[in-house]
Design a protein around this ligand. Structure first.
Ligand SMILES: Nc1ncnc2c1ncn2[C@@H]1O[C@H](COP(=O)(O)OP(=O)(O)OP(=O)(O)O)[C@@H](O)[C@H]1O
Ligand SMILES: [Mg+2]
Length: 260
């Protein structure tokens, strides 16, 4: 037992490897998210970003390496256990209940969280507390006006906000966002950034994004992946001026996205 006063990292990944047959999709991945981190994970298509999220959330098992969440070893933990310990994610492809309303989708997530919190005692949560929490989340993500509409009838950008509300309903310590701005028109992605800026300060957030404006404005640190490995990690300024990063990733993008 340690007697020091070190605060455990929110998430610590050490020496993670994953092979799909001969394809090495994660090679020696190590990084740490401190509580309250605002961290971006970037890299070209196929670099292994979503695979890494799948390893952290337990969708995939690593070939070797370890994952700790709040100091607890979750390398081999089941998905549900990881959620209980404070891990939440959104998906590159939507995972909402399309025939249900926005409020119903959020209420399902809030109820699931209430059940987790009261597990040893059975479902002792109160209906009015659930309703209040649903209202709070709808307000946080500015989707009150669509509360009674079916998710299937919503514009794409609105759906992405509902997904964020679902993830936040779990009151995570670590939130993994896989391309939240993908497919959004410029205006919506600016609005998304404003909303991301309002996420609770204590939650560690890892965002995967190709929208460099969002990345540079949101993140304090950036990790760059390339061909399954980590190419670079640093502050926004360090990554922007890293010649290797410009070559393999940012260099592939339109010049104006790089301009300061
Ligand atoms: N289940 C799987 N079986 C085999 N190969 C896979 C599997 N999932 C992903 N891959 C491969 O692993 C590599 C990494 O894919 P991944 O989806 O993690 O990339 P990514 O960085 O998220 O890319 P994008 O920016 O396009 O979302 C790719 O070569 C992909 O084809
Ligand atoms: Mg991906």
């Amino acid at each position: 037992m340690t007697v020091g006063h070190e605060i455990a990292a929110a998430l610590e990944v050490v020496g993670l490897h994953k092979n799909f047959g001969a394809l090495r999709v994660a090679r020696d991945i190590s990084f740490t998210l401190e509580p309250g981190a605002r961290h971006a994970l970037i890299g070209p298509n196929g670099a292994g970003k979503t695979t890494l999220v799948n390893l952290i959330t337990g969708v995939l098992r690593p070939t070797s390496g370890s994952i700790h969440l709040g100091g607890v070893d979750i390398t081999r933990a089941r998905l549900e256990r990881r959620v209980v310990l404070g891990l939440a994610r959104t998906f590159q492809i939507s995972s909402l209940f399309l025939p249900l309303s926005v409020a119903e989708n959020v209420a399902l997530a809030v109820t699931a969280k209430a059940k987790i919190d009261t597990q040893p005692y059975g479902p002792v949560y109160r209906r009015d507390a659930i309703v209040a929490e649903v209202q709070r989340l709808l307000a946080l993500f500015e989707i009150e006006a669509t509360a009674q509409r079916r998710v299937a009838d919503l514009a794409y950008g609105q759906r992405r906000l509902v997904e964020l509300a679902l993830a936040l309903a779990l009151k995570p310590k670590v939130l993994l966002l896989d391309e939240p701005a993908a497919g959004l028109p410029k205006r919506d992605s600016e609005r998304l950034l404003e909303i991301l800026m309002r996420l609770p300060a204590e939650v560690a957030v890892l965002v995967i994004e190709h929208d460099m404006e969002l990345v540079f404005n949101f993140a304090r640190r950036i990790t760059v992946m390339f061909e399954g490995g980590i190419l670079a990690e640093g502050s926004v300024a360090e990554i922007r001026r890293d010649p290797q990063v410009r070559d393999v990733y940012l260099g592939h993008r339109r010049d104006h996205e790089m301009a300061s």
